[in-house]
Design a protein around this ligand. Structure first.
Ligand code: 5GP
Length: 142
């Protein structure tokens, strides 16, 4: 497996060098909106520590990401009045991974509504801002 590259886009977001629509943060984890959502509210949950994917993440960071993903899943279902939620995570190019800092996709789902294809359309900034505000409010104090 290739080494972790500290210049990947998510590492830059975690370091505050690039902007994001942040919805949740604790000492080990950060969650922000996917800018090309497969459904409204599509959120990414990441460890702050460097990890390429499930093959190299430290166990305690993986636990922290899983626990945060559950909080985010509950919040997206509530805020987007969803009927369900899809959680996805890809590993290496062969596994469908494009950005090589581990992340869980948390995607609210409605009955009968298919997800858009991956990275098909960039959402408008005002829509992302609105969704991030609502999710951050739902996640506050969780
Ligand atoms: P994966 O690596 O799991 O295949 O997917 C990477 C995800 O990152 C895609 O869903 C894509 O839409 C998202 N993405 C790519 N570039 C950016 C970015 O600059 N900011 C955010 N928030 N998401 C991004």
């Amino acid at each position: 497996m290739p080494a972790y590259d500290a210049n990947n886009i998510f590492a830059k977001i975690i370091r505050g060098e690039m902007p994001s629509y942040k919805v949740y943060e604790n000492d080990k984890v950060m969650a922000f909106l996917d800018i090309m959502p497969r459904a409204p509210g599509h959120t990414l949950v990441l460890p702050k520590a460097p990890a390429r994917n499930i093959l190299d993440i430290a166990p305690d960071d993986l636990v922290a990401v899983a626990l945060a993903a559950q909080k985010v899943a509950k919040a997206v279902v509530k805020v987007f009045n969803a009927d369900g939620v899809t959680v996805q995570q890809f590993n290496e190019g062969a596994g469908g991974q494009v950005v090589f800092h581990l992340h869980l996709h948390v995607i609210p789902r409605k009955n009968g509504v298919p997800m858009k294809p991956p990275a098909s359309e960039k959402e408008k900034p005002d829509v992302l801002s609105d969704h991030a505000l609502k999710l951050a409010a739902a996640l506050k104090d969780t």
